[in-house]
Design a protein around this ligand. Structure first.
Ligand SMILES: Nc1ncnc2c1ncn2[C@@H]1O[C@H](COP(=O)(O)OP(=O)(O)OP(=O)(O)O)[C@@H](O)[C@H]1O
Length: 289
């Protein structure tokens, strides 16, 4: 297992706001990660920090084992953020040409295919593009750069469902042929569930959970039943949230359940269903665990 990026104990304060608090994160080579968190959780601060735009008050960032100095950019790296504002007067093709200079693995054939896929006219000026279309320019750069470490900050914000699907498809197909490390922040949680292999969830600048997406699918459950039965069933299990309804209790739990658990649940008349990633995220945040 090779490590692409290690963030150790990152802290950043803006006045009295802790944008990041003792945040640790480790990304392996050639894995797609989702970065989730509510508004203001610290996602953009973290991504900007990795990209050298913000320096931590405390903590370190290492890329492939090498500590980044102040303002230093990781090598073979691409950061896709929402806006290309400084390039407003430039044409799409000019922005791509500019980006290509910085990325040794840039693939022009792929970039042109993506322009077609996203129905983007390369002669248009950035300022003439709609918000969603503008974010597609960044997404093309993120994909065609084939950087070994790629960060996306909200790449699908403002995109319609068709374009979002095309972006995810292009990302996954290209990743299959050219594996690299990708960290992607988003609020469209259930969509990322089919794209990311692992997920980091942050809240108020701190890490709340990181895990394999498959494990979350298997271990995140919503159980309902008589309050006493639910209390007994959940004893010793990781409970994220409980809620009373009528005479019963609903509990969100994060636990692998075996055949014995399922049998016991049936005997206790407890219903069990899997949680979507979005629901799991909500219960996790609500419960603060
Ligand atoms: N330049 C700044 N000056 C002051 N406070 C800031 C600054 N940048 C971020 N913050 C604060 O730091 C916290 C983290 O912000 P950040 O933008 O990293 O969150 P986020 O998870 O990206 O949010 P969103 O999902 O809404 O984009 C917030 O409380 C925000 O208000």
């Amino acid at each position: 297992m090779s490590i692409a990026l290690t963030c150790g104990n990152l802290n950043k304060k803006y006045g009295r706001t802790d944008a990041l608090r003792n945040l640790n994160l480790q990304l392996e080579e050639n894995v797609i990660y989702g970065l989730l968190g509510r508004n203001g959780a610290g996602k953009t601060t973290l991504l900007n920090m990795i990209a050298g735009g913000i320096f931590p008050d405390y903590g370190t960032i290492e890329v492939r084992g090498k500590k980044l100095g102040k303002g230093e950019l990781p090598k073979d790296f691409c950061f896709v953020r929402e806006k290309n504002k400084p390039f407003g007067g430039a044409r799409v093709i000019e922005v791509l040409q500019f980006a290509a200079n910085f990325h040794p693995n840039w693939d022009w054939t792929f970039a042109h295919e993506l322009l077609e896929t996203f129905r983007l006219d390369p002669r248009k000026k950035i300022r003439q593009l709609s918000r969603g279309t503008e974010s597609l320019v960044g997404n093309i750069i993120g994909l065609a750069s084939r950087a070994s470490l790629t960060l996306y900050d909200e790449p699908v914000l403002g995109l319609d469902v068709l374009m979002r699907e095309r972006f995810y498809k292009a990302l996954l197909e290209d990743y299959a042929n050219h594996p690299r490390t990708i960290l992607l922040s988003t609020h469209l949680i259930d969509e990322i569930a089919t794209v990311a292999e692992r997920v980091y969830i942050i809240e108020a600048g701190s890490l709340l959970l990181h895990d394999e997406m498959d494990r979350i699918h298997m271990a995140a459950h919503l159980i309902r039943g008589n309050s006493e039965a639910v209390a007994s069933f959940t004893t010793g299990k990781r409970v994220l949230h409980t809620e009373a309804y009528g005479r019963g209790t609903l509990a969100a739990i994060y636990e692998m359940l075996d055949d014995g658990d399922m049998l016991r649940a049936r005997e206790m008349d407890i219903s069990i269903e899997h949680l979507t990633l979005q629901k799991f995220f909500s219960y996790l945040i609500e419960g603060g665990h």
